[in-house]
Design a protein around this ligand. Structure first.
Ligand SMILES: CC(C)(COP(=O)(O)OP(=O)(O)OC[C@H]1O[C@@H](n2cnc3c(N)ncnc32)[C@H](O)[C@@H]1OP(=O)(O)O)[C@@H](O)C(=O)NCCC(=O)NCCS
Length: 221
């Protein structure tokens, strides 16, 4: 018997029957905007909003989320270092709130793309991360909601691609692919498996090359 279970957000159906399926499950290309409303409707009711400019409470809450979610202060310090360098656009610092409490955060920052002809352009490729959800709120779709809102933000901004370093197990479901296969190279010898990119509608064949992150990211490694 064939049983199709809808996979995680954006994934094609997964076959769970015995033996061979009579036909391969057809991949369903799902655009992140298509699923955003559906995911936002899944409880708990999460408000996704940008960070308020110059708001101390938001900044403290963002730091608290990263301190709680990661085993070291590296990510919280990274956010603060980027902030001190003026690299954070509050519209691209995305918070998840439940009943007034900030429970998650996702940061988007500009990168510099070094094209094969040596020219450098800031902006078409956006770095996603760090992303974190308070442990008590993990596995309740908050991270997915942040991811989809972040991709939406990048698309609305006219970005060409979003890159990140992370587990393919988690990120492929959002339409990420191995970045090197798309012509986007990391600034160092980063492992193939975890260097991921998501192309957006504004992407053109010119949007390839080496992706340079803001300095604090490199200081972390
Ligand atoms: C990664 C993270 C942001 C996901 O947020 P979340 O709200 O738990 O995510 P969702 O509920 O939308 O999705 C949960 C699913 O993601 C997957 N997942 C979560 N974290 C994962 C990880 N580190 N690696 C692989 N898959 C992961 C699991 O399949 C999980 O499914 P399950 O609930 O059936 O176990 C959150 O787990 C977190 O803050 N982790 C610690 C910080 C971190 O590792 N951030 C990412 C690196 S920058």
């Amino acid at each position: 018997m064939l049983r199709h279970r809808r996979g995680a957000v954006g994934q094609a159906p997964v076959w769970h029957g015995r033996g061979r399926p009579t036909r391969a499950p057809a991949p369903e290309p799902v655009h992140h905007r298509t699923v955003l409303d559906a995911v936002l409707a899944v409880p708990p009711p999460v408000t996704i909003r940008p960070e308020r400019p110059d708001d101390r409470a938001d900044r403290d809450a963002v730091r608290a989320v990263h301190l709680a979610a990661f085993s070291t202060a590296a990510e919280a310090d990274l956010v603060d270092a980027l902030r001190a360098m003026g690299e954070i656009d509050p519209r691209r610092s995305i918070l998840a709130e439940v009943e007034g409490e900030v429970v998650g955060h996702c940061l988007l920052t500009a990168t510099t793309l070094e094209r094969p002809d040596g020219s450098r352009v800031v902006g078409p490729v956006v770095a996603l991360g760090p992303i974190a959800v308070l442990p008590a709120w993990q596995h309740r779709h908050v991270g997915s909601k942040l991811m989809l809102a972040a991709l939406e933000r990048c698309e609305l901004d006219g970005a060409a691609a979003v890159v990140l370093v992370g587990s393919p197990t988690y990120y492929l479901r959002f339409g990420f692919e191995w970045a090197r296969d798309l012509g986007l190279l990391p600034p160092g010898h980063w492992p193939h498996d975890v260097w991921l990119a998501h192309l957006l509608p504004a992407w053109t064949a010119a949007d390839v090359g080496v992706v340079h992150y803001a300095r604090p990211f490199l200081d972390m490694r």
